[in-house]
Design a binder for this molecule. Structure first.
Ligand code: CUA
Length: 381
């Protein structure tokens, strides 16, 4: 006996279910698509995308086939009054062979594409490119340091690379496991203390790509972002020569006072070449914890800085692992609303409130001191 009201309710529930499901599916569309693995900007990510599609399409075909057959059978062969016992096919050799054979073929197809993908992105597959740029990427809790051995420079939160050039990355951590991931350019590779992985990638297009830490590494794991800026070769070379210079001298008396505060309160953890350190240091060499048990992070080696090297801080786009952007245009040191407008001022005022648990334990600065530090640090282009 049919109950029309109940049936209408079920129809509405089904409709509601479809709306909810489609909202989940469609939520992947929109602005966030720019950091999607499907929006590739280089050969490594493109090869990985092929494997992704192979798996998704195979899984979708199997899902629709099995579920379709199941739903069809439920309705077509449902029990009706006076139905005789159906035909029993237990032990049918043909059927047994068929449903052993189909999954075997499917798994071999997946195996083929998986091995092909592994070989395409393996360190051994790195193209022989005379212009290859090598970078040491260091995972800290919670920010990224990038050291360029050939040019002897260090940056933080921002990896500047030439486009159309092979980038070789040595992945180093002396604390916990992190994972280097730039969805548009390359998949994830872990940074494991005591086991230095390598990877390579190429950016085919100029642009800024979001990088992430993809392995839970503590409370601020989500605030361990970086930007990969792919620029043309000329811009890259001029960026390198700027970064190789020692820090700019303070431009005015406000900045001079800021430099004095830096020397006094910040230089235990941060370095500025030409101020408290004489050069950039290779973290892989100086922050190595393979010295044995008991030699814990942060290492006591003075060449291994706890915080980012700030020599060219004013040229960078992010602060503290991307928890804030470095909106330098809003950082006029004499701005009466500096605490509202300038992210660096906010950061200096309350680093533990903005990013709880990070290593920056500076005493409370006065607004005057913050203005002086902002004048100095934003001037370090
Ligand atoms: Cu580093 Cu998550």
């Amino acid at each position: 006996m049919r109950m029309p009201v109940f049936s209408r309710t079920k129809r509405w529930l089904a409709l509601l279910g479809c709306v909810l499901l489609s909202s989940i599916l469609l939520s992947a569309c929109g602005d966030e698509a720019s950091t999607s693995i499907l929006n590739t900007a280089g050969p490594v990510a493109a090869d990985e995308k092929v494997l992704f599609y192979v798996v998704v399409i195979l899984a979708a075909v199997i899902f629709l086939g099995v579920e379709g057959w199941l739903v069809y059978s439920i309705f077509r062969f449902r029990e009706r009054p006076n139905t005789p016992t159906p035909y029993q096919n237990h032990g049918n050799l043909f059927l047994e062979a068929l449903w052993t054979g189909i999954p075997t073929v499917v798994l071999f197809i997946l195996l083929f594409f998986t091995i092909r993908g592994l070989l395409q992105v393996a360190p051994e597959a790195q193209p022989k490119d005379a212009n290859t740029v090598s970078v040491v990427a260091v995972g800290h809790q919670w920010w990224w340091e990038f050291y360029y051995p050939k040019y002897n420079i260090t940056t933080a939160d921002e990896l500047v690379i030439p486009a159309h050039t092979t980038i070789h990355v040595d992945l180093f951590s002396n604390n916990v496991i992190h994972s280097f991931w730039v969805p548009n350019l390359t998949g994830k590779t872990d940074l494991i203390p005591g086991h230095d992985n390598t990877k390579w990638f190429i950016a085919d297009k100029n642009g800024t790509y979001t990088g992430l830490c993809a392995e839970f590494c503590g409370t601020q794991h989500g605030n361990m972002r970086f930007d990969v800026k792919a620029v043309n070769t000329d811009s890259f070379q001029s960026w390198i020569s700027t970064q190789q210079q020692t820090a700019a001298a303070p431009g005015d008396s406000l900045a001079q006072q800021g430099q004095a505060i830096f020397k006094n309160q910040c230089s235990t953890c941060h370095g500025i070449v030409g101020v408290d350190v004489t050069q950039f240091y290779n973290p892989q060499q100086f922050c190595n914890d393979s010295l044995g048990p008991g030699h814990n992070y942060p290492t006591t080696d003075v060449h291994c800085l706890i915080g980012p090297n700030l020599t060219h801080f004013g040229s960078r786009g992010l602060i503290a692992g991307g928890v804030l952007t470095n909106n330098s245009q809003a950082c006029n040191p004499t701005d009466p609303n500096i605490m509202k407008d300038c992210h660096l001022a906010q950061w200096l005022n309350d680093p533990q409130g903005i990013k709880p648990g990070n290593d920056m334990n500076i005493g409370q600065l006065t607004t005057g001191q913050i203005r002086q530090l902002v004048a100095y640090l934003e001037g370090l282009k």
